[in-house]
Design a protein. Structure first.
Length: 321
């Protein structure tokens, strides 16, 4: 069975108790730990003060870390969170020891919240319910969070497909912003996930009095495979973004070249007309065709022939194609 209790606005406690065993597993979840929450942990657990201060720090650590104490492990992990079309790091800290797991979240990790709600409503669906091991509970939490990463990557893949459609439908300017946004998000996820594999490999060596070491190793080996697949997907998406960026730039440059080509041709065609008009506009004596009854039309014909000659030259050089 499961016993849920809300200790305060920021502290929740879940007791996972399998009636077939004598053991109990306590899961305490703290949201945005402050002074009161740290005092609660100091009063009920013998944690290192440095670790408690790290868990309460408002500034997130830049990389995941693991600290080993004789009685517990302290972990700092990050997972991607989508906020206003931007990927940010959602930090979650863990204190894990025999019979207990304490999670401290600093950002709105929706996948973690869903898993905690699942533990409240249906604890017997958890693997840790039958084994009552904090190491297995940590594995389930991390697996759920890593699976959430796939959803974000799927959204990025869909976005990349839409960007490709924009590029080849002639909407290159609109595609530029989308490309830069996707590039920033992929880079942020890579920074968030880059050291997860090393942390998980260290967790593979955890020992438990309730679960054989080989079982723990097998579970966490699955998590390592998840991180590898996520990283491979990120590599593919990074390459795809670079290809889309280069393609979009090429099309924009080609479009600009065509515009400049058109303007250049227009200016060169107009040049003989302007030159002729300037020459015949000079007030000099004995100007040709001045006073001639058809002088105006003769000048127009000369100007037209000059422009036509320029067009024929461009066509012969194949500059109009």
């Amino acid at each position: 069975m499961s016993n849920y209790k809300r200790i305060s606005d920021r502290i929740e406690e879940l007791i996972i108790d399998n009636p077939r065993t004598e053991e109990k597993l306590k899961w305490v979840n703290i949201i945005n730990a402050g002074k009161n929450e740290i005092n609660f942990l100091r009063k009920n657990y013998n944690f290192n003060l440095t670790h408690l201060k790290s868990a309460a720090a408002s500034v997130s650590f830049q990389r995941p870390q693991i600290f080993k104490d004789p009685d517990y492990l302290f972990l700092i992990l990050h997972f991607p969170v989508l906020k206003d079309d931007k990927i940010i790091a959602g930090e979650i800290d863990f204190f894990i020891g025999h019979g207990f797991l304490i999670s401290i979240t600093k950002n709105n990790l929706k996948d973690f919240i869903k898993f905690f709600d699942l533990g409240k409503k249906s604890p017997d669906s958890l693997v840790s319910f039958s084994l009552e091991s904090s190491a297995i509970l940590l594995y389930e939490i991390l697996e759920h969070l890593l699976n959430g990463c796939y959803n974000i990557l799927d959204d990025i893949s869909i976005d990349l497909n839409e960007i490709e459609e924009l590029i080849f439908s002639g909407k290159q300017k609109e595609a530029v912003t989308r490309i830069l946004t996707s590039r920033r998000n992929v880079i942020n996820i890579r920074k968030i996930m880059q050291n997860h594999k090393n942390i998980l490999k260290q967790l593979m060596g955890m020992e438990s009095s309730l679960v054989e070491r080989q079982i723990i190793k097998r579970y966490y080996a699955d998590l390592v495979e998840h991180t590898k697949r996520i990283w491979e997907t990120l590599d593919n998406q990074k390459e795809m973004i670079e290809v889309l960026y280069n393609t979009n730039e090429s099309l924009l440059n080609n479009r600009m070249t065509n515009i400049m080509k058109t303007l250049t041709i227009f200016s060169v065609i107009v040049f003989p007309l302007s030159l002729t008009a300037e020459i015949f506009g000079m007030n000099t004596e004995y100007m040709p065709f001045v006073g001639h009854p058809f002088g105006f039309w003769i000048i127009i014909i000369l100007m037209s022939c000059a422009s036509l000659l320029m067009l024929l030259i461009f066509e012969r050089k194949k500059w109009l194609r």
